[in-house]
Design a binder for this molecule. Structure first.
Ligand SMILES: [Zn+2]
Length: 170
């Protein structure tokens, strides 16, 4: 596997972990599909490196392409963040359990699929106002079932430090 390198931070890695910029008719353009048959270079898919690139006088890349790149940065997904800790003791599963723990101010972050019964979502939104908890929505309950190998509607997270870490990554 040939490695590529970011022109900004000189990180090396596989092609997929970078954006490609191609030099087309003396202009630099974002080669999103990596198909432009022209000389080019690579940049990390991070805000930091794209910002550095925008200040690099050697590569005069148009603002519209920089914006496109920023738009294409993949956001961290909550499921991916929870994955490595799925067997930990920091989770509370289920609607009633989480409501209880929120009222005891033990759970401060809940992850809720949008496809559960609306009345539960409304209840958690009310609890959010009263207990100032954080709510993160995922699209489908199925994502939980795949991750935890069990039928869960709502997942709450206990530990303050763990919650801080999760919110930082999002
Ligand atoms: Zn970089």
């Amino acid at each position: 596997m040939p490695t590529r390198m970011c022109v900004c931070c000189r990180r090396k890695g596989e092609k997929d972990s970078f954006f490609r910029v191609a030099q087309k008719d003396k202009k630099y353009v974002f080669d999103k599909e990596m198909k432009i048959q022209a000389r080019g270079f690579y940049v990390c898919k991070t805000k930091e490196c794209i910002e550095k690139l925008s200040k690099n006088k050697k590569y005069d890349i148009e603002i519209q392409y920089l914006v496109k790149m920023l738009e294409n940065i993949e956001k961290n997904n909550i499921i991916d963040i929870l994955k490595p800790m799925k067997n930990s003791k920091f989770f509370a599963f289920g609607i009633d359990e989480n409501i209880n723990y929120i009222k005891k101010e033990k759970v401060k972050l809940v992850v809720i699929p949008r496809d559960i019964n609306k009345k539960y979502i409304e209840e958690f939104l009310r609890l959010q106002e009263k207990y100032s908890i954080n709510i993160i929505f995922i699209e489908k309950k199925e994502e939980f079932i795949k991750l935890f190998m069990r039928d869960v509607n709502v997942v709450g997270i206990f530990d303050k430090k763990v919650i801080k870490g999760i919110l930082k990554k999002l």
